[in-house]
Each structure stands twice: as C-alpha cells, then as structure tokens.
Design a protein around this ligand. Structure first.
Ligand code: ADP
Ligand code: MG
Length: 442
C-alpha cells in the first residue's frame, strides 16, 4: 500500500541560532494512507500545528522531507507549491480565517478564483456545498452575521471546493460550544467516510480521539507513539499495519504481542524473545534461538555487557550468535538501550525509600500507561477505581482474573465499566507491566 503522505526525518527549528530558538519538530517519521482519519494529539506547544503546516507547505522544515503522493513538497518551486495546495490540500482553522468583507458564498468560492474556474461554475459549486451543510440560505450574507458554528461550516465548505484528497483541520472546534463542536466533528467524519477524504485533525481533546483510525501522540516536538483505534475498521492493509507496528512500537508492545502467542513463557525468556523478535526478522531459527538465549543470559546478568557483545559475533560453533560485526554491534547497543528503558521505572521506584509512596508512584505510572492505551478518557471516578484495582493487583490482593472482572463489570455494579475487549486488552497490558513493577508483587 502506497502512503499518501510520507514524513521522513522531519525537523523544524524556529528562530535558529537566536536566544529564543525553538525546536518545534524533532526527527518525525510517519506515514499516512489514503482515506485515513488521523489525529495529531498532544498538549499545547508540542508541535501539532507546525507539523500540519509543513504538510500544507506553509512552513519549510529545517531538515528532512515530506512526500505527498510521491512528490517532495518542501523542495518544490513556488508555482508548484501553489498547485500542490490547490490540488491536494483543503484547510480548516480554529479561527475560521474567513474574509469579513466578502459574502459567505464568495468566501467558499475563493480557492477556485485562483484556478480560473468561471464565476458561474464556482458559484454553483459553492452553493451546493453550503446546502449540504445546512447553511445554503445564508449564502448572500457576510460571514460576520453567522454564528461560530455556522462560520466553521463555511470554512469547511471552502476547504472542499477544490475537491482535494486531503483535509487538514487545526483545532477546528477550539472556539465552538459543545453542540457546534459535535456538528463539525460529525462533518469531518462524514467527509472521511462518504467522500473518502484523508482527514488530519489536530486536537488536544482526548474525547475526539474516537474519530480517528490512528492517533499520532506528540510531545516536545516528537512523535512519541502511534495508536490504532480498535473501534474503527482500519483503512490500511494488514501488511502495512504490521510494518507500522514494527517500525513504531517500542519494546513493551513487542512484549505484549509475544505474550499473546506464548502465554506460558517465563519472564526473562519472554523479554528476550520480544527483544530479539523486535530487532531481528532476517535470521534463521537456530540463530534466533541462540540469540534469544544469549539475550536472556544478559537480562539475567549471567554475562557482562562486554562478553555479550563478543558472543554476538562469535561463530555459532563457538556458542556465539554468528552475526557479522555491524549487526552484532547494532543489536548489542539496542539491547543495552532497551534494557535501560525497561529498568528505568524500576530504578526510580527503588530510589524512593518510602514504600507506600513508591507503590503509589507505581500505581500512578501504571494507570497512566493503561489509560494511554484507551481511545477515550476515563471519568474521574473510573480512574479512581482503576487505580485502586491496580494497587490491589500489585500487592496480590486480586489476581489476573479478578483484575479483568472488575474492569469488565459495569460501573453501576462497582466496576470500572469498560467493554470486554478493552478489559481483556488492559489485563494483558497489566500483566506486562507487572513484570516491570514486580518488586511489589514479591
Ligand atoms: P501546538 O499546535 O501543538 O500547540 P505549535 O506547533 O504551535 O504547537 O508550536 C510548537 C512550538 O513552536 C511551541 O513552542 C511554539 O511556541 C513554537 N512556535 C510555533 N510557531 C512559531 C513561530 N511562528 N515562531 C516561533 N516559534 C513558534
Ligand atoms: Mg496549534
């Protein structure tokens, strides 16, 4: 499956070299496929708008590139950029960006005037769009006479007039009341479902995540995670899906995947299998097996870092993994990094001398990791119940089955009140997290 948008090693620094230099985007890599509904999600200032504007060719990256339908847009000439925007991009902004001196219908038709479409033709088109969004009767009015929700619908109509495959929306509900917000989101969903537009929505509101096929989680200019929405059938084919999961998911989700295949494995074997699978897909099975055992020995501390590095490129006959120097170096470094990653949280907890606070930290950390796996936010009371449950599972007061049951149990019956599939998923993740936090269970 060919990506519609391919983002490669993209970085953007504002005011480079000045005291107020800001790294707005840092080495972003991602792919967006035709007809996907994607959300860029993250706190204010994390770089969502900047990323959207680079896709719209309204900002030039400092390094890296973006290919849209195979064309590198940041290296295009100005005339080509204009053509690109006309033919590929429709934009919706938080502030609507309508021209107050023009009528509603002229605002909608503006993008067509630059394409030398005849006045009558573009007016007919604009009116059709206004009719579609229930504001046809206002076409002759000035935009300032309309409510916020109506103005945003005008701007959505404008984003559609050139019939481009991509709609970019930057916090389009930021200035709207909840009813108008709902209306705008429903329209975006319809454009995605019916018109097959690729929609990229920027938001910091977790309640909107349910609209997306996939969510790109951003923090400090980085793309820290991609998640797929289990509630929406994915637009990408299984192979592409696997590719994305592989390229992106960190070691924890690799462990989750492995655990579902080999539920009986011991922790260290599980970890080593996950790490090896995560790193290698081209070795033969004996090599993988050898590598797994070496990694396991390393995890258990049976061999030192240096010995481990040496054994990776020792030949198979000598008990090594038989890798070439470069591969073994790469694997060795990655494994040390991954081991550090899985140990960090444990170290943090060990560093704290008071066990009660440490356990509460662990509970908080686990709850936040589990909540991150959800596509919609928990209510405060659901969160409290989940924390309490995590604590009881950590201390051994409830077992895995009990943990699942309480998540699955309806809210009114004292449970967390999540759907069965979600309860299963959270339970699976919890078992993985228990490995990380196992100090509390022993
Ligand atoms: P978000 O949309 O997630 O709130 P932005 O992409 O607007 O984030 O901003 C990312 C970072 O870049 C922030 O620190 C912001 O202050 C900074 N920034 C955004 N636009 C500019 C600009 N035009 N000049 C300088 N810094 C900017
Ligand atoms: Mg923004």
């Amino acid at each position: 499956m060919e990506p519609l948008i391919k983002i490669e090693n993209l970085s953007l620094v504002y005011d480079k070299g000045k005291p107020n230099e800001t790294k707005a985007l840092a080495d972003i890599n991602a792919e967006i496929y035709p007809s996907e509904f994607i959300i860029f999600f993250g706190p204010s200032g994390c770089g969502k708008s900047t990323l959207l504007y680079v896709i719209a060719a309204m900002q030039t990256p400092t390094s890296g590139r973006i290919l849209v339908e195979g064309l590198p847009i940041s290296q295009m000439k100005d005339t080509d950029v204009t053509k690109y925007r006309q033919n590929s991009i429709g934009m919706v902004f938080q502030q609507y960006n309508l021209i107050p001196s023009l009528s509603v219908i002229d605002n909608v038709a503006i993008p067509q005037t630059f394409k030398s479409v005849s006045r009558s033709e573009r007016t007919v088109k604009a009116q059709k769009l206004l009719d579609r969004f229930g504001i046809g009767a206002f076409s002759k009015r000035l935009t300032t006479e309309l409510s916020g929700g109506q103005q945003q619908r005008v701007s959505i109509a404008r984003s559609l007039i050139n019939d481009t495959p991509i709609i970019l929306a930057d916090e389009p509900t930021g200035n709207l009341d909840s009813k108008s917000s709902q209306n705008v989101l429903d329209i975006l969903q319809e454009l995605n479902e019916k018109d097959k537009k690729a929609v990229i929505l920027v938001t910091h509101d977790p309640n909107q995540l349910q609209y997306a096929h996939r969510v790109f989680h951003m923090k400090d200019g980085k793309l820290i995670r991609q998640t797929m929405n289990p509630q929406r059938p994915q637009r990408i084919d299984p192979q592409t899906r696997e590719k994305i999961t592989k390229s992106f998911s960190g070691i924890s989700s690799a462990i989750v995947d492995i655990l579902s295949v080999y539920p009986e494995l011991t922790e260290s074997r599980l970890k080593s299998k996950a790490i090896v699978n995560y790193l290698m897909s081209e070795l033969d099975t004996t090599q993988i097996d050898r590598l797994e055992r070496l990694v396991e020995d390393r995890i258990l501390g049976k061999i030192s870092k240096d010995d481990f590095h040496g054994m990776l490129d020792d030949p198979m006959e000598k008990g090594g993994a038989g890798l070439n120097y470069q591969t073994s170096k790469k694997i060795g470094d990655s494994i040390e990094a991954l081991l550090a990653e899985t140990d960090v949280i444990q170290k943090d907890i060990e560093a704290s001398d008071e066990k009660p606070t440490a356990i509460d930290d662990a509970v908080g950390e686990i709850r936040s990791q589990l909540s991150d796996a959800l596509t919609s936010a928990l209510s405060e009371e659901q969160s409290t119940r989940l924390s309490d449950l995590i604590k009881r599972h950590l201390t051994g007061a409830v077992d895995k089955a009990g943990f699942f049951k309480e998540i699955d149990t309806s809210f009114s019956h004292g449970g967390v009140g999540l759907r069965k599939e979600i309860a299963e998923d959270l339970t699976r993740r919890m078992e993985i997290l228990l490995i990380k936090f196992k100090d509390f269970t022993e």
